[in-house]
Design a protein around this ligand. Structure first.
Ligand code: SF4
Length: 372
């Protein structure tokens, strides 16, 4: 592995599912939840993925930590293909060149939106938190494990630890449960944590505390975060404090990614502009859309298309105010804006046929729901 090898690298990864049948009546359809995404997550980096409900951000996150197998493309951990490592591990625990699967599993952890359901309801906090220690640090005695768990509880503000350690998950508040879930992930000594809407169930006042805690712990244990959220304000907060990147997803595609303030103040993709337009606190604090004072949504249509039957060409073309006929036919690649900033829109290329293609007919929308 080279020194600057990403922790996780997705290369043209596609993940698809069969949509559920309704009472067995409808014909099942294939939904391409992640469609040809390439993304590197670097050492100690925070990458926040934002998009409307159903855009594929959770599926992408789970693919990044090896919970969804891509139909095509690859997902690697420090240069080792995760699924080759898993296949090689088989019944007899074999391995490929590179990292064995059990080490990859330990290194890529997840905290969920619903912390309570991810914690064993019948176990005490001590039992829940010592489980990873028994597995990964078997040399520790029981008193050592209790001390270690107590120190973590104290560190995350569940203090004094003796008041929490023998409780059951339902005896904690939502914010306290989320802290326990975070400790459990950290006790695995992970290289990356997928935080999937992990703060969205918390009161607004607790969200900042939780994000601050995640970043404080990042300093201590050197982990990367893939932070999934529908809330671009939260994405901005955590990536701005950590000098991270924001990625914008639309119908399975990563349509824009870059350093947080680049994306917020200099958005290039029309969908990013629409999301920012719908986020008043960002629009009024330097977001370019708000500064221009546009009153109507910068969208041609409000409704998100059916993911099982997405539009041809650029999947955003039927909502895009800038769409031209070529956008109906050809899917854009990702083009460099500047440095780490990339976007999937023909408008980035001065000499693209887009500029001579006729504009698409259609009405502009007048509202956009905040993504949920
Ligand atoms: S490629 Fe065309 S439809 Fe897609 S975002 Fe750019 S201008 Fe809009």
């Amino acid at each position: 592995m080279s020194a600057d090898e990403p922790v996780v690298s997705m290369d043209d990864a596609t993940v698809q599912f069969e949509s559920e049948q309704l009472f067995g009546l409808a014909k099942s359809q294939v939904v391409r939840a992640v469609d040809g995404v390439s993304l590197d997550i670097r050492e100690n980096e925070v990458v926040a993925l934002v998009g409307e409900s159903g855009c594929g951000k959770t599926t992408l996150g789970k693919a990044a930590i090896g919970l969804h197998r891509p139909e095509s493309g690859t997902v690697s951990y420090r240069g080792t293909d995760i699924w080759e490592a898993k296949d090689a591990s088989g019944l007899f625990g074999g391995s490929v060149d590179g990292y064995p699967f059990h080490e990859i599993r330990r290194s890529l952890q997840m905290i969920h939106q619903d912390a309570e359901s991810s914690l064993d309801a019948n176990s005490t906090i001590q039992s829940i938190l010592e489980e990873p220690l028994i597995r990964w640090e078997p040399q520790l005695s029981r008193p050592d494990r209790r001390d270690r768990v107590g120190a973590f509880l104290d560190y995350v503000g569940l203090s004094p630890p003796d008041e929490y350690i023998d409780r059951f998950p339902h005896q904690l508040s939502g914010g306290e449960q989320q802290r326990v879930a975070l400790i459990r992930a950290l006790l695995m000594n992970p290289d990356m944590i997928l935080a999937d809407e992990s703060i969205s169930a918390l009161d607004v006042s607790l969200r900042i505390d939780m994000m601050d805690l995640m970043l404080r712990l990042q300093d201590e244990i050197n982990t990367s975060y893939l932070f999934i959220t529908h809330d671009i304000s939260n994405a901005r907060y955590i990536t701005k404090k950590s000098d991270g990147r924001i990625g914008i997803m639309y119908l399975g595609n990563l349509v824009e990614i870059g350093p947080v303030e680049e994306v917020i103040t200099n958005p290039q993709h029309p969908y990013t502009k629409a999301l920012l337009w719908a986020t008043p606190d960002i629009a009024s604090s330097g977001g370019r859309i708000g500064a221009e004072g546009i009153e109507a949504a910068p969208l041609r249509a409000i409704d998100v298309p059916d993911a099982a039957n997405p539009p041809s060409g650029c999947k955003f073309h039927d909502r895009c105010p800038e769409a031209r006929e070529v956008c109906e036919e050809v899917q854009p690649d990702s083009y460099r804006v500047d440095g780490d900033h990339e976007t999937a829109c023909f408008r980035m290329l001065d000499d693209h046929e887009y500029w001579s293609s006729p504009e698409l007919e259609g009405e502009m929308g007048d509202q956009l729901a905040t993504p949920d």
